[in-house]
Design a protein around this ligand. Structure first.
Ligand SMILES: Cc1cc2nc3c(=O)[nH]c(=O)nc-3n(C[C@H](O)[C@H](O)[C@H](O)COP(=O)(O)OP(=O)(O)OC[C@H]3O[C@@H](n4cnc5c(N)ncnc54)[C@H](O)[C@@H]3O)c2cc1C
Length: 408
């Protein structure tokens, strides 16, 4: 039987559209099915979230022709500072500073607002004849046991493809229906996310301030604005979120510090409960998982979407190479190559973010001493510092072609 599509993508968040666009670059026809309606996702107050896209993620967006629509609104990351301390007391004397000038590749990444990235993806999906977009309808059933993959939609209609790709987030129904188990736990923390305007320029430097209740990330946006990802214990976060604007800022100031001058809210506030969610398998015959459907991690390192982008680049390359060799792109042994390529990186980042959060989100004096020494030691050793910068820029490991900026 000849399937209608090459690829069925379930989920139209960020990983789903990126998967379809990467595969379209290799000549594959996809349909992207998304339970969320096609509401405009580009309003300034749609989401206060912004992503720290690593240099290799940016290279993939360039290779797919998406970066031109994003570049003018993206803030280059020229430095990263990490410090440890308590609210109101400022940072401890030992801290870590990475400068993009220490590596030859240029800025280690860019900060891109959610609405800008989604706007670029929506426009690219609409312009790509190889992609059909079905927003506002959920997939309710699937069958990957036969020679083609088949999904059933909420209206009872069916679609077929050679491969079913689950890009349907942390609660992935695609994974659950395939019997793929998940390891999950909550951190008892909630991230408060908002855009903040400030008096003085940030000079492109991102800050991570580790406090006993959780880290505060200050990510530079274009202009005199930054996006904050402020992790607090969940009960405290709920209380802070509900405060009027002036009281919210009064709570933020002792954590944000005064180096950027006066601060104000530059949009709405959002709250995201934090947890870890890892799928036991990333692939099965006719099925693969990408993005948060495969792994939802703590935002402490700002790597969640970058990890999803690495999945997309690896999966697209495995599928494109299999097709060139005349293999069935949905065969179990083909998709197992994707799983073995991605499994180590996924596990390593999940363990690292989990460990960092446990090490830094507490007030234990012994751990405080150890982590301050650790930050100071890395800062004092240029080769180690450069290794961290290359890691943050996503330049390490066995990189798929798209992440090196090469065509699929
Ligand atoms: C506070 C916070 C800050 C973050 N900061 C960063 C950062 O700085 N850098 C970074 O790289 N990452 C960051 N991340 C992580 C990043 O936001 C996620 O990794 C990314 O958004 C996941 O995208 P996704 O497309 O895989 O999943 P989702 O965005 O969850 O999309 C899943 C989609 O699937 C659809 N869906 C679900 N079920 C069905 C169904 N049955 N049928 C059809 N469609 C379905 C949903 O409607 C949804 O559109 C952060 C996360 C948080 C919480």
């Amino acid at each position: 039987m000849v399937p209608e599509h090459d690829i069925l993508v379930v989920g139209g968040g960020l990983s789903g559209p990126l998967t379809a666009l990467a595969l379209a670059a290799g000549g594959f026809r996809s349909v992207v099915i998304d339970a969320a309606p096609a509401a405009p996702r580009t309003a300034p107050d749609f989401d206060g979230r912004a992503y720290a896209l690593s240099l290799s993620s940016v290279r993939m967006l360039e290779a797919l022709g998406l970066w031109d629509a994003i570049a003018d609104d993206a803030q280059p990351i020229l430095g990263i500072t990490a410090s440890d301390g308590r609210p109101g007391e400022g940072a401890s004397p030992l801290f870590l500073h990475f400068d993009a000038a220490e590596i030859e590749d240029g800025p280690m990444g860019h900060i891109v607002e959610d609405r800008v990235l989604r706007g670029a993806l929506d426009a690219a999906l609409a312009a790509e004849p190889r992609i059909a977009h079905r927003p506002g309808i959920a997939v309710t059933a699937q069958d990957t046991g036969g020679p083609v993959a088949r999904v059933t939609l909420a209206d009872g209609s069916e679609m077929t493809g050679r491969v079913l790709i689950g890009a349907d987030g942390r609660r992935s129904g695609t994974a659950a229906r395939a019997g793929i188990r998940r390891t999950e736990w909550g951190y008892g923390q909630t991230a408060l996310v908002a855009a903040i305007s400030h008096e003085r320029p940030h000079e492109g430097v991102a800050h991570q301030f580790f406090m006993p209740a959780g880290p505060l990330a200050i990510l530079p946006l274009t202009g005199n604005r930054s996006s904050i990802v402020w992790s607090e214990r969940s009960a405290d976060a709920e209380r802070i979120l509900a405060l009027p604007e002036a009281a919210f800022l009064d709570h933020l100031r002792p954590r944000f510090g005064d180096r950027l001058g006066q601060i104000a809210l530059a949009g709405r506030r959002f709250a995201y409960p934090l947890g870890l969610s890892l799928a036991a398998d990333l692939a099965a015959p006719r099925l693969a998982l990408v993005g948060d459907a495969a792994h939802g991690v703590h935002p402490i390192a700002g790597q969640g979407l970058n990890l999803g982008i690495r999945d997309v680049a690896a999966l697209a390359e495995v599928i494109a190479d299999a097709a060139r060799r005349g293999e069935d792109i949905g065969a179990g042994d083909v998709l197992a190559r994707y799983q073995s390529w991605r499994r180590f990186d996924t596990m390593a980042l999940a363990v690292a973010t989990d460990g960092f959060n446990r090490l830094f989100s507490n007030d234990n004096p012994l751990l405080r001493g150890i982590r301050d020494l650790g930050l100071g030691a890395v800062n004092a050793l240029p080769p180690l510092r450069r290794a961290f910068i290359r890691e943050a820029a996503g330049l390490t490991g066995d990189l798929p072609r798209l992440l090196r900026g090469l065509p699929l």
